[in-house]
Design a protein around this ligand. Structure first.
Ligand code: ADP
Ligand code: AMP
Length: 215
């Protein structure tokens, strides 16, 4: 079962992906986390991606597609995966369909978490991320038990460089121009299920789980 979580930056894709992956026993594949891992390890791919990420732009399709293809061809994705942050362009969506066909699978359902821009800015401004496990928190809406410390592994939480106000605006613009066409792309295929992402984390999870079970 391959599921694509669609939505603007800050919609709650990473937050929901962790909950849903656990519920269905699926591997969570986040293209943003893969890039950040490459950046941390200073790989060639990480160095290439860095400039794009800092500017809030998309990393070019060819390298992004190759990175995700390598990841989902590993054995822990053989029975499915939950894709978060990929695809982000129609070319990536076509490539995904091709790679899943090679694995004998297809996209099962595309929950689209819809959230207006002004809410996104507040969410990203208050987001704190665990550099060790990738879990995300919000200082107001989803705080850790101890401020600044990850509940799961005790690591010190950080604020992402690309969550600064000016980069956030750029990322939202890039989303509108390059990723929003995917809403129609998946709607035409009968796979899109729109979920109101302004509700609480628990309510959004409930709506996404219901959509997947129906899909
Ligand atoms: P994305 O992966 O789509 O960029 P995240 O899952 O990282 O989004 O969520 C962005 C921020 O919003 C985080 O700080 C997260 O804790 C918070 N958040 C996520 N879902 C909700 C929600 N339903 N209500 C309030 N805050 C939320
Ligand atoms: P995210 O963690 O999903 O917010 O992604 C952080 C950054 O990584 C984005 O702003 C892009 O620069 C890059 N990135 C992540 N996923 C993709 C993708 N599918 N295509 C291109 N760039 C991506």
């Amino acid at each position: 079962m391959y599921i694509v979580l669609l939505g603007p930056p800050g919609a709650g894709k990473g937050t929901q992906a962790q909950i849903i992956a656990r519920e269905f026993g699926l591997t969570h594949v986040s293209s943003g986390d893969l890039f950040r891992e490459n950046l941390k390890n200073q790989t060639e791919l990480g160095k290439l991606a860095q400039g794009y990420m800092n500017r809030g732009e998309l990393v070019p399709d060819d390298v992004t597609i190759a990175m995700v293809k390598e990841r989902i061809s590993r054995s822990d994705c053989a029975n499915g995966a939950l894709l978060d942050g990929f695809p982000r362009t129609p070319a990536q969506a076509d490539a995904l369909a091709g790679m899943l066909a090679e694995l004998g699978g297809k996209v099962h359902c595309v929950p689209y978490i819809s959230v207006p821009a002004e809410v996104l800015i507040e969410r990203l401004g208050g987001r704190w991320t665990c550099p060790q496990c990738g879990r995300v928190y919000h200082e107001k809406y989803n705080p850790p038990r101890t401020a600044g410390v990850c509940d799961d592994d005790g690591a010190t939480l950080i604020q992402r460089d690309d969550d600064k106000a000016e980069t956030v605006e750029r990322r939202i613009r890039v989303y509108m121009e390059q990723t929003m066409p995917l809403i129609e792309y998946y709607r035409r295929q009968g796979l899109l299920v729109e979920v109101d992402g302004t509700k609480s984390i628990e309510e959004v999870s409930r709506d996404i789980l219901a959509a997947i079970r129906k899909g």
